[in-house]
Design a protein around this ligand. Structure first.
Ligand code: PEP
Ligand code: MG
Length: 883
């Protein structure tokens, strides 16, 4: 069978669409050769050989050798040089190349084919002994390190010692004779380390390098990289063997890297860097400062080193021509590597270039407007997750900074402020005109006020779904969670990392998108929501099927949701409306009351607040549907903790402190998440849901009567596990609706439905749908209960789980398709069987996660609901999931 694909001299056996077989690099080299772009001749050994190699005890197919040697011959013919020849030796590079690029993870050998004989030919051909011996020593070092396993530092040591002997400080002071001497010493070192000679035979060198590249597929670095990027081990790597061209043969030689457009801004300007008289690794190594390829680039960078456009105008023009051809051909921004040998331009690589989020957006929209791609392709060119970076202020990439600690990237955006250690202090400081960052071990619902006024939130404990993370994302406040290296001493009002102590009032900066904490202030840049962003969103909206709603309960969140294009509220968590200090007292009083009369007294106080909230929400959402979830939280979230909180409740309820304390201890639960929460509260205290339903319907009538605006309330019952629960509570809601409409003289259409967030509810969805007009999947709780993993406590072990590839991603962030996903599918199917056309949505954190959204499209949900700042991400992801 065919194991080797040749390219060179204007033709190739491979093509760009053969990446699986030839790897990205090999496929694109073949494509360039076919396009007639100057590519040094070479061949690609396929990824199938890699697979064979590992399946057959690290051996090769028997017919590989012949195919490789035939291809070497073909290179010789095209390049007019001969492998191992003393007069005109062919030298080759041997590089890895997987389907997707795995930068720096696998091995490369350059200048292969050099030995004591061929180096003479190289001297003769180049007329430069220093260059030839420099190449030779680079080869011996690289080959020894990569193929023979003799560590690089041995050679570094020898070089340093030699330079010291000679009184040199720079490598450039080394003469041809010096390098020649070193090659000898290097080889002796190899013999000393291995007990055998450095291989002189180029063919032996070639097979050694090929084996090393295949071997590097399974090195630890590569394995780790694959795990992190979800690259399967069975893909394997290809090996590319290609004639060497030299950018370091003199002043008419150069090497460089360029992008068809600016990869950081997306601007349609040729962007790149090059070095005269250098090899590719010198550009990457950063020893010398590279020069801009274009005059415009040089001016922009403020450099006074001449550009390639100035020093090599003809070659530059040729390169610009290739840039235009490659970009048109691939219809996307390309990242290219080139070498100029004695004024001749050679292309060594092209691939779709990595880019920042801002550049991705601009390039997608621009290339579409230029007619290079259609709108659907443009939609696919931006990763939804990337948009997140664009919706929040971000750190000025050019600003200097001092990293203090790392945690989880819990809520994106960048912010600076003075450190405070309690929510109350946050509110005090902000009142006095300061900007603060709230630093807590972890946050709890009472901190909500302080969290709201803070520029950013930093916690030292907790995961991506910890209270701090969820609330911060909802508010659009940057948050770094679980920064475990930081020690917080709330009494001393300090936080300590390593030896650094940060006191209250000192300034820190958070990058919530990266999970980084910096000392001092780092300047930020504001997001731009018009222009390209608005265009791409409009295109996405035109193709998506699913609606996108937001999880919001405050007027600010609702307004943000509208600004980002939400088509309704999919989850209004009413308990979040009670954390305000003026209100929490009443809810505590309600919870702690001994009897119904006590509860009703407290609820009387809450009704006007709730009604006002709903009036505001209905008004802001202008006729869009609003799903209001009745009270759900585990009670411990509301219980008073401190003596002063207990005292306040006692005073307001007119009872003894001791009595309140005894109620508090009675209500303590061992497992509050599975305790007296959700619809269970409504079942045992119907008056609570009755008050909430009244507030909803009175508000609906009020808005409808005063503004004539349509209102679409959807009343949602949480944590239902059986039909009977819903039947009872729906009866209650319907009764309140009827009473309210009769009293007010206006009828408002409304719906009653349920959250599906327990496995039993999924299984019973067929009968539950008899009572439910809609289902909203609460995948936070459904994940917690399906996996039996606490959403608050699982971050530490889920990290280990991810490392061991048990769950590929945190199931609280990205839906566990096999388990939770099947639950959702079952429920959707059974619900629809009972009530065809039942409205289905999702409102857990997963509603804002692109791969979960793709899953939702597959199940045919009607909408996803997510935090306001993720609405654009969801709009784009929903569009991509139908394309
Ligand atoms: C859920 O469980 O997915 C949900 C949306 O509800 P909450 O997060 O408020 O429990
Ligand atoms: Mg829930």
């Amino acid at each position: 069978s065919k194991w080797v694909y040749f390219f060179g001299d204007g033709q190739a056996e491979g093509r760009a669409d053969m990446k699986n077989l030839l790897g990205g690099k090999g496929a694109n080299l073949a494509e360039m050769a076919n396009l007639g772009i100057p590519v040094p001749a070479g061949f690609t050994i396929t990824t199938e050989v890699c697979t064979y190699y590992y399946e057959n005890g690290e051996t090769y197919p028997s017919d590989l050798r012949q195919q490789v040697m035939d291809s070497v011959k073909a290179i010789e013919t095209i390049m007019g040089a001969t492998f191992g020849d003393a007069e005109n030796p062919l030298l080759v590079s041997v590089r890895s190349g997987a389907r997707t690029s795995m930068p720096g993870m696998m091995d490369t050998v350059l200048n292969l084919g050099l030995n004591d004989t061929t180096v003479q030919g190289l001297i003769a051909r180049s007329g430069d002994a220093r260059f030839a011996y420099d190449s030779y020593r680079r080869f011996v070092t690289m080959y020894s390190d990569v193929v023979l396993g003799v560590d690089h530092y041995h050679f570094e040591e020898i070089l340093e010692a030699h330079k010291e002997d000679k009184g040199y400080t720079l490598d450039t002071e080394m003469t041809a004779e010096d390098w020649k001497t070193l090659v000898g010493i290097y080889k002796t070192k190899v013999k000393e380390q291995l007990g055998s000679e450095f291989p002189e035979d180029p063919v032996e060198q070639l097979w050694g390098a090929v084996g090393a590249v295949f071997g590097s597929w399974m090195n630890q670095r590569a394995k780790t990289y694959r795990r992190l990027h979800n690259i399967p081990g069975h893909w394997g790597t290809a090996v590319n063997v290609q004639a060497m061209v030299f950018g370091n043969m003199g002043e008419d030689c150069a090497t460089g890297v360029c992008f068809t457009r600016d990869p950081s801004t997306g601007e349609n300007a040729f962007y790149g860097e090059y070095l005269v008289n250098a090899q590719g690794e010198d550009v990457v190594a950063g020893i010398r400062t590279p020069q801009s390829i274009s005059i415009a680039g040089r001016k922009k960078s403020g450099s006074d080193l001449p550009s390639m456009e100035e020093t090599m105008p003809q070659t530059y023009t040729e390169l610009v021509g290739i840039r235009d051809r490659l970009e048109k051909h691939y219809t996307d921004m390309q990242d290219m590597e080139f070498t100029i040998q004695k004024d001749k331009l050679w292309m060594l690589q092209t691939r779709n270039g990595k880019r920042t989020a801002a550049a991705a957006l601009k390039i997608a929209v621009d290339t579409c407007n230029e007619g290079l791609i259609d709108k659907e392709t443009a939609i696919m060119r931006v990763a939804p997750e990337q948009l997140d970076q664009l919706l929040h202020p971000m750190l000025d990439p050019d600003a200097p900074r001092k990293l203090l600690a790392r945690g989880l990237p819990a809520s994106p955006g960048a912010a600076s402020g003075q450190v405070v250690f309690t929510a109350d202090e946050a509110e005090d400081w902000v009142q006095k005109g300061h900007k603060v960052i709230l630093v807590r071990v972890e946050t709890s619902p009472e901190d909500i006020g302080g969290m709201h006024v803070s520029q950013g939130i930093l916690t030292t404990r907790g995961g991506m779904t910890s209270h701090a993370a969820v609330v911060a994302r909802g508010m659009g406040v940057p948050c770094v969670a679980g920064a475990g290296e930081i020690r917080v001493d709330a009494n001393a009002k300090t936080m300590t990392v390593g030896g650094t102590v940060v006191k209250e009032g000192e300034i820190i900066t958070l990058d919530g998108a990266k999970g980084e904490v910096f000392l001092g202030e780092v300047p930020t840049l504001q997001p731009e929501l018009s222009g390209d962003f608005a265009d791409l969103m409009e295109w996405a909206d035109a193709v998506r099927r699913m609606k996108v709603r937001a999880n919001a309960e405050t007027p600010e969140d609702a307004a943000t949701a509208r600004k980002f294009g939400a088509e309704g509220i999919g989850l209004c968590r009413t308990e979040h409306m009670f954390f305000d200090p003026k209100r929490i007292i009443h809810i505590r009083q309600m919870i702690l009351a001994e009897d119904e009369a006590g509860r009703r007294a407290a609820l009387e106080h809450l009704l006007p607040y709730q009604r006002k909230d709903f009036v505001e929400l209905f008004t802001i959402m202008q006729g869009l549907p609003i799903t209001v979830r009745l009270l759900d939280p585990p009670l411990h979230e509301f219980l008073p903790h401190t003596d002063s909180e207990v005292g306040e409740v006692a005073k307001s309820a007119g009872v003894d402190v001791a009595e309140v304390k005894s109620r508090v201890s009675m209500l303590q639960e061992a497992n509050p998440m599975l305790g007296h929460r959700g619809c269970r509260l409504g079942i045992s205290y119907p008056e609570v849901y009755e008050m909430q339903a009244r507030a909803i319907f009175e508000a609906a009538v009020e808005v409808s009567q005063t503004s004539g605006q349509t209102v679409l309330p959807e009343v949602m019952i949480p944590l239902v596990s059986s039909r009977r629960e819903l039947e009872l509570l729906r009866g209650l809601v319907d009764k309140v609706a009827k009473e309210t409409f009769a009293t007010k003289g206006t009828e408002i259409p409304y719906h009653v439905g349920t959250m599906i967030e327990l496995p039993r509810a999924c299984l019973q969805a067929g009968v539950i749908a008899e009572e439910a007009e809609f289902f909203s999947f609460g995948t936070n709780d459904l994940t917690q209960t399906t996996l039996g993993m606490s959403r608050d406590d699982s971050a530490p072990f889920l990290e280990v789980y991810a490392q061991k590839a048990i769950y590929p991603r945190d199931p609280f962030q990205s839906i566990d398709v096999d388990g939770v996903g099947e639950m959702v599918s079952i429920a959707a199917e059974r619900g629809r069987a009972t009530r065809p056309g039942i409205k289905l949505g999702i409102c857990g954190e997963h509603g804002g996660d692109p791969s979960s959204i793709q899953f939702c499209e597959g199940v045919g949900l009607d909408y996803v609901s997510c935090s306001p700042y993720r609405v654009p991400i969801a709009r784009l992801a929903a569009a991509q999931s139908v394309l």
